[in-house]
Design a protein. Structure first.
Length: 262
């Protein structure tokens, strides 16, 4: 193993140790040299107006707001602030995107796919675009509705929303890898970097237990996305669509939700 790779592994392991002891979280790590000049004023003003009413936010006031909201420290955005409110955050954080692909069969093909998209931008838009990608690659079922009805998606929208939000908010931001979403003919897989934190197990999360890995992102997601932060998302997803497996790969350091198309 080369020295650079060994140092990377040691650094990531130290970061996870700090995180597990609540000394630092992945979403509060500063993004080097990313300052208020990168602020997406439209996204930020939209949020401020939504939460605080008709506040006339001047550009000169943004710096103090960002610090007060724990999105910036010493004039530099942290990961949460960058993902939520900067223009093209993927330029500085290229690994924190969502890579989607739809395959015609039940296996991953390196050269054959029906649809693919790399989704980047502000987290609110990333959620919408990821949901749209999965939705357009699923069937709509008539069930007992009239022939003129639109039909219902074979996987309920609520289930997809909960699991996509879960992947974006609870992934491990110390791991430089994208969230991956694969649509197969028999299932949808949502793969998140990072295994379940601390002593959480699949049975724990299915019973409503949770451990918030990224508290800043979670607090904003509760106001900007269909996310409640109460540990009920997995249970809600299962209630709407029980045909889901969850796999916690400790050795591979990832978490996978497998939603079957039935």
């Amino acid at each position: 193993m080369e020295a650079a790779e060994l140092l990377r592994i040691i650094r990531e392991e130290m970061q996870r140790m700090f995180q597990s002891s609540s000394l630092i979280h992945g979403d509060e790590v500063p993004v080097h040299n990313l300052t208020v000049d990168a602020l997406d004023m439209y996204e930020f003003r939209h949020y401020i107006k939504q939460q605080y009413g008709d506040v006339e936010l001047e550009e000169g006031e943004c710096l103090q707001w960002l610090h007060n909201l724990n999105l910036m420290r010493d004039g530099v955005f942290n990961v949460a602030g960058a993902l939520l409110f900067t223009r093209e955050p993927e330029r500085r954080l290229p690994a924190f995107v969502v890579k989607c692909a739809s395959f015609p069969g039940t296996d991953i093909h390196t050269s054959q796919y029906a649809d693919s998209e790399d989704i980047a931008g502000a987290l609110r838009q990333v959620f919408k675009d990821t949901l749209a990608f999965v939705s357009r690659n699923l069937l709509r079922l008539q069930k007992d509705k009239s022939v003129n009805s639109v039909g219902e998606m074979e996987i309920p929208k609520v289930t997809l929303e909960e699991l996509i939000v879960n992947a974006l908010v609870h992934r491990d931001y110390f791991v430089s890898a994208p969230v991956r979403v694969f649509v197969f003919s028999d299932r949808v897989e949502i793969v998140s970097p990072g295994h379940l934190p601390n002593n959480l197990t699949v049975e724990h999360i299915k019973n409503g237990n949770s451990n918030i890995r990224n508290p800043i992102l979670a607090s904003f997601a509760a106001k900007m996305l269909p996310y409640r932060g109460l540990g009920t998302g997995i249970r809600r997803a299962l209630k709407e669509h029980p045909h889901i497996d969850f796999v916690d790969y400790r050795d591979g350091n990832l978490f996978k939700a497998i939603i079957y198309r039935v």
